[in-house]
Write a protein of this length. Structure first.
Length: 253
């Protein structure tokens, strides 16, 4: 055992974990017996945790997790390094698809690329980290409109729906229809709407609360990423975002 290990602190961690796995809470007897610790030790530990707000008592006087732990948990989720979680998965996705992949987050009224894994092939179509793209004409932007922004119909009224190609949706009605297609599919498609000759798809990354916190996209030339490949690409993409989401605590693999 580590020479710096504090036995009772270790037992306190075991108590918290045991109670956390018991939705209805536990009585003192249900704590010290399975953990094989003296009743008085369990009593001291639980009382200390109660005083600190790490435990609480429910209406049946059973011990449950306290609000202090909830606050700590939320802060821990906020501090998760999504780029670090996503980086190896993006690299693998780029290798599997042969195309450039990226991670984006919502930044005010734009989608911002924060991580890019280049295609293994010499010819690459990928923007650099820090690039900002408009929401209505990018696959990651459509993901945010469909899955993260609470009232997209009101939100898009504030956007300038600039045309970039003949395929760009420039009316609120068209953008709303695109949002509905994205929700139905579970992923978004940019059909040469931002750059001519470039096709992109993107899907949402969710945290432990099911909230969309980022999007992963695949970008490629329409000559290599043809329409018949969309379904296969979407399957690989969905597997990747599920893995990143699981790392973010969503519990979905």
């Amino acid at each position: 055992m580590n020479k710096y290990h504090i036995p009772n602190l270790g037992k306190a961690c075991e108590v918290i974990e045991l109670i956390g796995n018991s939705p209805d809470g536990l009585m003192l007897k249900q704590i010290y017996q399975p953990l094989e610790i003296p009743r008085t030790t369990a009593l001291r530990i639980t009382q200390t945790l109660l005083d600190a707000g790490f435990l609480a008592e429910n209406e049946k006087s059973a011990l449950v997790l306290g609000t202090a732990l909830v606050q700590i948990g939320v802060k821990a989720l906020d501090n998760l390094d999504i780029r670090g979680f996503a980086r190896p998965i993006l690299k693998r996705l780029a290798s599997e698809t042969g195309e450039s992949c990226h991670l984006a987050v919502l930044n005010a009224e734009r989608s911002m690329l924060v991580e890019v894994a280049d295609s293994p092939h010499p010819v690459r179509i990928a923007a650099r980290p820090g690039t900002l793209v408009e929401l209505h004409c990018s696959s990651t932007g459509k993901v945010f409109l469909a899955f993260q922004i609470p009232e997209p119909a009101k939100f898009i009224q504030t956007l300038e729906l600039s045309p970039h190609t003949p395929n760009t949706d420039t009316t609120q009605k068209a953008v709303l229809a695109s949002i509905e297609r994205t929700r139905k599919l579970g992923y978004a498609i940019d059909e040469e709407e931002f750059v001519p000759g470039v096709r992109c798809i993107a899907a949402p990354v969710r945290n432990a609360f099911g909230k969309t916190v980022a999007a992963v996209g695949i970008t490629a030339s329409t000559s290599t990423f043809t329409k018949p490949k969309i379904r296969t690409m979407a399957e690989k993409l969905n597997h990747a975002v599920s893995e990143i989401s699981a790392n973010m605590g969503s519990g979905k693999k």
